[in-house]
Design a protein. Structure first.
Length: 174
């Protein structure tokens, strides 16, 4: 399939078709896989590890190193996290976790894993949606008659099962 293809819109305007594009710092590909995005942010985070190593060489306190990690590296790794992390492949998740492990070795402190960060943010975001009745996704989080668990959404594909809403409901029900 050609990388760039022009399509004709009904009104007669030409629409450009691309294999991937960047929207709000997230790389979205035409096949909706997250490999391009994860490799891009992994590369960017690894570049920031250089500065963390330099700070370590200057004998900075571990609290300063952790703060630097959270501000410069973790923020890159977790940008729009809840939208894409659930659908990542195991290989992509391993590459992301490798960056965290490297930072952990540099700072010599325990850092939260990507999986833990994802669970925390998924729970936090879903609770915010539940509290806001004007949110477009609010109606997808409906309680069962018992009032203790949320109604699961029937998913036929793994892509949908791994998306935000079904995963958030599973997390809230556990």
């Amino acid at each position: 399939m050609p990388m760039l293809q022009l399509l004709r819109h009904q009104a007669g305007t030409t629409v450009e078709r691309v294999s991937s594009f960047r929207f709000l710092c997230v790389h979205i590909t035409e096949d909706l896989t997250w490999t391009l995005h994860t490799t891009t942010i992994t590369k960017k985070a690894r570049q920031r590890l250089f500065f963390l190593r330099r700070l370590r060489r200057f004998n900075m306190d571990s609290r300063i190193l952790c703060n630097f990690y959270r501000c410069t590296i973790e923020s890159i790794l977790t940008g729009c996290f809840t939208a894409w992390y659930g659908s990542c492949t195991a290989l992509n998740r391993k590459a992301l976790q490798r960056v965290v492990k490297t930072a952990q070795n540099i700072t010599r402190t325990e850092l939260p894993s990507m999986e833990d960060l994802y669970s925390q943010r998924l729970r936090k975001k879903s609770l915010r949606i539940i509290k806001d009745p004007h949110h477009p996704s609010h109606k997808l989080f409906c309680l069962l008659p018992s009032g203790r668990r949320y109604r699961s959404i029937l998913t036929k594909t793994n892509r949908f099962k791994d998306s935000f809403i079904p995963q958030a409901i599973r997390l809230l029900n556990t």
